[in-house]
Design a protein around this ligand. Sequence first.
Ligand SMILES: [Zn+2]
Length: 98
Amino acid sequence: MKALIVVDMINDFIDGQGSLYVENAGRIVPFVNTHIWLNDGLTMFANDNHLKDDKEFDNFPVHAIKGTWGAQLYGGIVMQLKLLIGHFLVCYFRFYSA
Ligand SMILES: [Zn+2]
């Protein structure tokens, strides 16, 4: 099975108002959207998603709190998904690992 995995395309990282905004991150949105659109397999979104007291905040600013705007998929990506009804999966992670 073929799958496209899109990681952390959430408001807190991509939007200029996000709490852990990565400068110019929005520039990759058209590239990501093109791959989402062209993918004929499953598209899986792996998103950071924290509770308020997660250990990760010892090292990073508070971000991607479950249920907040910051933890939601970035708007430009969401618009693309509306055209792909039923062909994607969203997963949430409280911890990162390399
Ligand atoms: Zn995180």
